[in-house]
Design a binder for this molecule. Structure first.
Ligand SMILES: [Zn+2]
Length: 302
């Protein structure tokens, strides 16, 4: 579909619901409780539009049941607009901008954005495989002075990113850059049949033996790329995009939520070859079946 900002799905809650139905139920309504298509549209003047009843379990449902929108008081068209805006650029969008665009409170905007990041969470399938290259690299973010906030220095945060060359990225917030933490990220997220490429940090020596091959570059000698494609520049490129987002859009990411921002930047990286509209649809498809890690507090329900 064309998905520019004048599309009525962003201004009309009914149109938004019909669009979400077409995206999540391309073959017709599916009961979220028993996963069957055997259901009846609930008609009549008193029935909510978009209400269905499952003929198997007799429960009623709409397209938002079982999605991140389920218990939200924010109209669905505003949700779609927020999805479109966060997927519209390379650097993300701040909760303040979402607040202004949607005419909602800052707190609601902030919660919405973290829910959207849940929709962006990948399925956890392993990176790499036989003949594929997985780069692993670490970065440190934060630690600069926050002048407006009493000049205190925000604590530095450490990240490890794994990137399958030509494929997807997956990033982790780790407490410290150690053998144990980096190894855990690698062995839970990358096929051991992969070719591992890293810098010359010593803790990679042992980790590297667990993979089909391991090649290193000597970052300490500024030897960034050897002949034969031995480098971890892809992971470094990911970090440079992430750091631009941190400086340009989000300014500060608390340690408690850093993993959510990493999901967002992983998702944006993993959908880098598609249009903003296609990226938005991809994120919206992920809005179903995600385990909500927290619920919007009732104080925001109004
Ligand atoms: Zn059912």
């Amino acid at each position: 579909m064309t998905f520019d900002l004048t599309n009525p799905v962003f201004s009309d809650a009914e149109k938004a619901r019909e669009y979400l139905e077409s995206l999540h139920w391309p073959d017709g309504a599916v009961c979220p409780h028993c996963n069957l298509m055997n259901n009846t549209k609930v008609g009549g003047k008193t029935a909510r539009p978009g209400l269905y009843m499952c003929n198997a379990c007799r429960k009623q449902f709409t397209v938002t049941v079982g999605t991140i929108f389920e218990d939200s008081k924010i109209p669905l068209n505003k949700w779609l607009l927020a999805f479109r805006l966060i997927n519209g650029g390379k650097k993300g969008i701040s909760a303040n901008e979402i607040k202004r665009h949607l005419g909602i409170s800052y707190k609601s905007a902030w919660f919405m954005m973290h829910r959207i990041r849940e929709a962006m969470q990948d399925d956890g399938s392993p990176l790499g495989g036989p003949g594929k290259v997985v780069e692993s690299d670490e970065a440190i973010v934060g630690g600069f002075k926050r002048k407006r906030l009493s000049g205190k220095i925000a604590p530095k945060k450490k990240i490890v990113t794994l990137v399958e060359r030509g494929g997807s990225a997956r990033s982790f917030h780790i407490t410290n850059i150690t053998h144990k933490n980096v190894r855990h990220a690698l062995v839970t997220s990358a096929h051991r049949s992969s070719v591992l490429m890293t810098d010359d940090a010593r803790f990679y020596n042992n980790i590297g033996r667990e993979f089909a091959e391991h090649h290193t570059t000597l970052h300490s000698n500024r030897e960034f790329a050897k002949a034969g494609g031995i480098h971890s520049n892809t992971a470094e490129n990911f970090f440079s995009i992430f750091k631009r987002g941190l400086v340009g859009t989000y300014h500060h990411m608390s340690a408690a939520h850093l993993h959510r921002y990493l999901v967002e930047f992983d998702f944006r990286y993993n959908t880098r070859k598609v249009s903003d509209a296609e990226r938005t649809e991809e994120a919206l498809k992920g809005a179903r079946g995600k385990r909500l890690t927290y619920r919007q507090p009732s104080s925001l329900a109004a």
